[in-house]
Design a protein around this ligand. Structure first.
Ligand SMILES: C[S@@+](CC[C@H](N)C(=O)[O-])C[C@H]1O[C@@H](n2cnc3c(N)ncnc32)[C@H](O)[C@@H]1O
Length: 279
């Protein structure tokens, strides 16, 4: 049997133009867009430049997009590359109380007082390496006191919901538009011993019932703005909402869409999270 082929379009842009160029890739049907710059393992050609690597379903689409944007097609053959990143994912403390452990690393002999959060993101987003995830994990640590009901919108690997359960929340429910987020969330819950307190589905957030003590949504700013009404409606009167996946400069527009909730912004590098409460 022949090896699978994965086509990518490579396009280097000025870092200031990343958002514009990324939006263009999404419009042209990219399945994913990765940013490589000086802060990543495989960088760009130099300061102020970012290499965008956009994946496409087939080589024909990749060729036509490359011709349109002036990029270059590279085809990776075989699956080995998919796991290469795992080598660089280490056991890492998060905030004051969590110790994030990739499932393929040994359980640390001495985690001290920290609660070990074991995660394998599989094909879903949510390894815990990304700033947008870490920002939310820190707010969860500060907010969860015990007994809360958690709604995780865009659950990906389930990392946020599972962390909240480990920290004492009573139950959690995750929703995502991606099918593979559901089994991945349930597997991660199982590996952390909290499977009996979590559910997950691809239901639209608009159809989820109830008022939740803590609602988490680490999605992109335009999607958060679009979903502002249904997300706010699911936050209990005394509850807390945490929004993430927001780039510096987007926080005012996102907070405005969630008025009259009051907001506090936290930052990690170029990423922002907003913690909101009913006025
Ligand atoms: C940045 S990832 C966050 C994953 C994980 N919660 C974390 O914090 O690491 C965003 C997730 O939102 C999902 N998503 C995108 N649009 C959505 C929508 N309209 N409703 C629910 N989930 C959505 C994506 O499939 C993806 O899994």
């Amino acid at each position: 049997m022949s090896e699978p082929r994965y086509p990518f379009v490579h396009l280097e842009v000025a870092t200031d133009d990343v958002e514009l160029a990324t939006d263009r890739f999404w419009e042209l049907g990219a399945a994913g867009v990765e940013e490589r710059d000086e802060s990543t393992m495989n960088g760009s050609s130099g300061p102020g430049r970012t290499l965008l690597v956009a994946s496409f379903a087939d080589e024909e689409s990749a060729q036509s997009v490359a011709a349109e944007v002036g990029g270059e097609v590279q085809v990776i053959v075989g699956d080995a590359w998919r796991d290469a990143w795992k080598e660089h994912f280490q056991i890492t403390p998060i905030g004051d109380r969590l110790l994030l452990r990739p499932s393929w690393r040994e359980v640390p002999a001495d985690a001290g007082e920290r609660i070990v959060l074991t995660i394998d993101p599989g094909g879903a987003f949510g390894s815990g390496l990304h700033e947008s995830t870490r920002l939310v994990l820190r707010v969860i640590e500060e907010t969860v006191k015990g007994g809360e009901a958690i709604l995780d919108v865009g659950c990906g690997s389930g990392i946020l919901a599972v962390a909240a359960l480990l920290l004492g929340a009573e139950r959690a429910y995750g929703v995502d538009v991606e099918d593979n987020a559901v089994p991945t969330t349930l597997e991660n819950a199982e590996n952390n011993g909290v499977a009996d307190r979590i559910g997950a589905s691809t239901d639209d957030v608009r159809t989820v019932d109830g008022a939740w003590d803590l609602v988490l949504a680490n999605i992109q700013a335009p999607i958060l703005i679009d979903l502002a009404e249904p997300i706010m409606a699911r936050v209990a009167p005394q509850g807390t909402l945490v929004l993430s996946g927001i780039l510096a400069g987007q926080e005012d527009e996102v907070a405005a869409a969630f008025q009259p909730m009051t907001s506090v912004v936290t930052a990690d590098g170029e990423w922002r999270a907003i913690t909101l409460r009913h006025g």
